[in-house]
Design a protein around this ligand. Structure first.
Ligand SMILES: [Zn+2]
Ligand SMILES: [Zn+2]
Length: 166
């Protein structure tokens, strides 16, 4: 078979020696081998029929089937697909987290149990004082705090007493 090919090649390229043909054939075989290894690994990473593609590449002489494979292969590797799914899950989790944070703003009055927002100073249903406003920074803080945790404003004893009476 090999001798036949060499005789054939010699009749087409009479100026080349037998060694030249062997070198050329070896180089070509190396190229086919390298391409089939690439096709096998690449196809496997994309979840394709790796063994079939490798045989296809070898039988049809390496370069053309390799180019054909590049055109028809799956555009994403399995890893890329997994990463994209993971990314989607992260986005979904973030959405749920923000929803939860928003939910936290809705709470219930400790006295009458009606739905109120967490920044309300007074319950609009039963008039209970829930929080007090810091005169320094204007934030709503727990009505029993003696110092504002945000700006350090110290509440006088009389203010606190007044709050309890109310
Ligand atoms: Zn209430
Ligand atoms: Zn303050």
């Amino acid at each position: 078979m090999n001798n036949y090919i060499i005789t054939l090649l010699k009749s087409i390229f009479p100026w080349m020696t037998t060694t030249d043909f062997w070198v050329l054939l070896s180089v070509y075989a190396l190229i086919v081998f390298a391409l089939s290894v690439f096709v096998y690994r690449d196809s496997k990473s994309r979840g394709g029929k790796a063994a079939l593609w490798t045989i296809f590449t070898v039988i049809f002489g390496g370069i053309l089937p390799y180019l054909f494979y590049l055109i028809v292969r799956s555009p994403y590797t399995e890893e890329e697909i997994r990463e994209e799914e993971l990314q989607k899950e992260v986005v979904e989790l973030q959405r749920k987290y923000y929803e939860l944070m928003l939910d936290k703003e809705i709470t219930h009055c400790p006295v009458c149990g009606e739905e109120i927002r967490s920044d309300y100073l007074y319950c609009p249903y039963c008039f209970t004082q829930l929080k007090k406003k810091c005169p320094e920074c204007g934030r709503a803080i727990d009505k029993n705090f003696k110092i504002c945790p945000y700006c350090g404003h110290v509440f006088e004893e009389e203010n606190e007493g007044k709050g309890v009476v109310e």
